[in-house]
Every structure is written in structure tokens, then in C-alpha cells.
Design a protein around this ligand. Structure first.
Ligand code: PEP
Length: 245
């Protein structure tokens, strides 16, 4: 049985008050799927002290470098020390707004693993790529860069989040069938390299997942949880998604 994970990506939102509210509500979420919260860097310390011990902490990004003259960057070791278990890498906003290409994302993936973090690799196609029937090719390329950097067992300690770019923050969700098809494809690509890691790999869906559409997405056999943006800022909605898992 694969573990189910519901992870919240706050993006550049939230404050100490939101940490306090989530921490209060998350106390009810000790059972069921794993719950994780990825607030902005300055809120990690408050989250680490306030969240109930079963709730995992994640960062929204990590440097591909270990240390040195990289102003503004945060290393995996720093995130571990801050109490993180996860680091998101390759979110589509990083790829598009900050020009992170597959090679850079793969470098971050490896750096996270080396620091003892579990990377959450975001992959997914744009609307134009879906319309051009390039979804599988895009996703295969994104996975391929990680295999190139980390080897055949790259996903033995990792998480994948399939996030179609056209569904992120748009209110337009992939249908359960669309999500399942891509998740099954991802698992098959990983299995071609290493069957054990494919079987154990949590593959999360992300893109306008909400309390009212979570259950049917999460019922798909290869959908092992969700990476939640907007709805993770509302403790009620976030915990309702967690209950659906
Ligand atoms: C995300 O940014 O990872 C995401 C899934 O956002 P939203 O849930 O708001 O679409």
C-alpha cells in the first residue's frame, strides 16, 4: 500500500496567523493520509514549532548548491535544520517565471535528496502542449532529466506531483480520467527503470483540487494524494481535502 499525502503549497501567501490557524486545525488530522504544509521560508520556524508532530513540513524550493556565494538561495541542509522533510522542486511557477529548465530542476532534486529531504518533483504540460498531444512527451522529458541526474533509482526516495499547468490556480481541474492516465504513464516510466520504486512512489495530483472534487480524483488507483495551492490557505478546505483522502 502506497502512502497517501496531502500537501499544501502556500506559494507567497500566509503569515504567522495562518500558521497558528492551520496548526490548531491540523491537530484533528492525526489519522489517515499524511498531511504536509509548505509555507514560505520565513514561516518555516514558526510552523516547525507549532504544527502537531505528525504534520510534515516542506519548503517550496531548494538550491541545487550546497553552500557558497548564491545570494538569496537556501540549501537543503538549512531546510533540514529548519525541520523540513520535503522540498518542492520544479513547480511550474518556478519553471515559467524563473526560467528553471529540466536540468536545473534535476539538480535541485538531487540536492534535496543529498541533504536528506524528500523532493516533490512537479511535472506537467501546458495547455498548448496538451492540445498538441504532447503531454506524455513533456512529462517523459521532465522525468528523464531526473533519471539522468540521479540514476535509475531516482524515485526510490521521492514524490512526483503531476500538475497540468492549465489547471493550476485556474479553477479548471483535470478530470479524474485525465489525471489517472498521466499518473499511470508516470508510474510506467519509472517502472521501466526500477519496478520497486515505481510501486512505492507517491504520485500526487495538483491543479485546482478542492474539497468538492478531491474525493473522485483521489479515488483513482494511481492518484496517491494532492498538492494543493489555493485551497491550502483555508484551513477548513484543506482539512476537508485531507479527510477525502
Ligand atoms: C499548486 O500551485 O501547486 C497548485 C496546485 O495550485 P492550485 O491548487 O491553486 O491550483
Amino acid at each position: 500500500m502506497r502512502r497517501k499525502i496531502i500537501a499544501g503549497n502556500w506559494k507567497m501567501n500566509g503569515d504567522g496567523e495562518l500558521v497558528r490557524r492551520i496548526a490548531e486545525r491540523a491537530a484533528d488530522a492525526a489519522s489517515g493520509a499524511e498531511l504536509a504544509v509548505c509555507p514560505p521560508f520565513p514561516l518555516l520556524a514558526a510552523a516547525a514549532t507549532q504544527l502537531p508532530s505528525g504534520v510534515r513540513l516542506g519548503a517550496q524550493d531548494v538550491s541545487e548548491y550546497e553552500a557558497g556565494a548564491y545570494t538569496g538561495e537556501v540549501s537543503g541542509a538549512m531546510l533540514r535544520e529548519a525541520g523540513c522533510r520535503y522540498a518542492i522542486v520544479g513547480h511550474s511557477e518556478r519553471r515559467t517565471l524563473y526560467s528553471e529548465d529540466n536540468a536545473r530542476v534535476a539538480g535541485k532534486y538531487v540536492a534535496a535528496q543529498r541533504a536528506g529531504l524528500t523532493p516533490i518533483l512537479c511535472i506537467g504540460e501546458s495547455l498548448a502542449e496538451r492540445d498538441a498531444e504532447r503531454t506524455e512527451a513533456v512529462v517523459a522529458e521532465q522525468l528523464g532529466a531526473v533519471f539522468e541526474a540521479a540514476g535509475d533509482r531516482a524515485f526510490a526516495e521521492g514524490v512526483v506531483a503531476y500538475e497540468p499547468v492549465w489547471a493550476i490556480g485556474t479553477g479548471r481541474t483535470a478530470t479524474p480520467e485525465q489525471a489517472q492516465a498521466v499518473h499511470a504513464f508516470v508510474r510506467q516510466r519509472v517502472a521501466e527503470r526500477d519496478t520497486d520504486s515505481a510501486e512505492a512512489l507517491p504520485i500526487l495530483y495538483g491543479g485546482s483540487m478542492k474539497a468538492d472534487n478531491a474525493a473522485e480524483l483521489l479515488a483513482q488507483p494511481d492518484v496517491d494524494g494532492g498538492l494543493i495551492g489555493g485551497a491550502s490557505l483555508d484551513p477548513e478546505a484543506f482539512l476537508a481535502i485531507h479527510r477525502a483522502a
